[in-house]
Design a binder for this molecule. Structure first.
Ligand SMILES: *Cc1c(COP(=O)(O)O)cnc(C)c1O
Length: 298
């Protein structure tokens, strides 16, 4: 696989002090880990999650198959990496966009990705053993990456990001979709540190299970939790206040955020500061996981 420098990645990603004029923000110290700056396409946590997947492909593999929605940051990153590494890519996409490709799918087309649109019921089988073994039989030289790239190699890649963050912190916060990013952060915590995930979809209980299943058995840190009151009604649901918040935030702090992941994280942090969620003088690290491509309208 091409090296980070051949791919022009910005690593380590910068860590920036953040001093918003929000109630309660003056009582703590905030930094943002700008993984959104790693690369415009292999954005944020998707690089962290795919690095070891691509570095450890089986020798006979010349093809990647993966899954996602029509705006998926994961498919976008994965397809770009395949194009750059001369691997065939098949994207199994939930829903039929053949008569109106999203900006993400237009990029995939341009990069030569094979796109298979499947209905909701087929898509639901994306993690079923029978379905996957059938897929593997159809494409014997393919390596099948789960939705979001969320499997064991992803945990290792995410954990590295805290090793490149010299700033001491007490809490790290990140958005939670499939849970691999949070799981990776948890594995890299020091005993006195804690991680809080902000759920971007409705999944109380379910998301905790996903994270627990992704944690390696030797991981003993239990200082983590997921906050469920900030998903705003579900995945990719953006209320008018959330959209407005993202625009104001982007203009005022010169850090682009979008309503699906990073916007929900920042919105939550603002609320939590106001509610006194963090002890005085807490050192807080916010992980900007990227994902701006998904917010493109055209
Ligand atoms: C995929 C994604 C997430 C969710 O990460 P998980 O590891 O699936 O929880 C968060 N932020 C952005 C920008 C993403 O693209």
């Amino acid at each position: 696989m091409l090296s980070a420098s051949a791919l022009n990645l910005t690593l380590p990603s910068p860590v920036m002090p953040f001093s918003p004029d929000w109630p309660g923000a003056d009582k703590v110290t905030l930094h943002i880990k700008r993984d959104d700056l790693i690369h415009p396409i292999i954005s944020g946590n998707k690089w962290r999650k795919l690095k070891y997947t691509f570095n450890q492909l089986p020798a006979n593999c010349n093809h990647i198959i993966s899954f996602g929605g029509g705006y998926s940051n994961h498919l976008h990153a994965c397809a770009y990496l395949c194009m750059r590494n001369q691997l065939t890519m098949t994207a199994i996409v939930r829903g039929n966009y053949s008569h109106g490709l999203t900006p993400m799918l237009k990029d995939l087309r341009a990069w030569g990705t094979h796109i298979q649109f499947v209905d909701k019921l087929t898509y639901q089988k994306r993690a079923d053993a029978d379905y996957l073994s059938h897929l593997q039989q159809c494409y014997p030289t393919a390596y099948i990456v789960p939705e979001g790239g969320s499997h064991a190699p992803a945990i290792k890649g995410v954990a590295e990001l805290l090793q490149e963050t010299p700033h001491p912190f007490d809490h790290v916060l990140a958005p939670v979709g499939s849970g691999a990013t949070l799981a990776g952060l948890i594995t890299a915590l020091k005993p006195q540190q804690s991680a809080t995930g902000i759920a971007v979809l409705k999944g109380q209980g379910y998301l905790e299970d996903l994270v627990s299943q992704l944690l390696p058995s030797d991981c003993t840190n239990t200082h983590w939790r997921i906050e469920h009151q900030f998903h705003g009604g579900g995945y990719a649901k953006a209320s008018a206040p959330l959209t407005a918040f993202c625009q104001t935030f982007t203009t005022r702090y010169k850090i682009p955020i979008e309503p699906v992941y990073s916007g929900k994280l920042m919105y939550a942090v603002k609320q939590m500061l106001q509610d006194g969620y963090f002890a005085n003088k807490s050192r807080i690290l916010l992980l900007h996981t990227g994902g701006m491509q998904g917010a493109r309208q055209s």
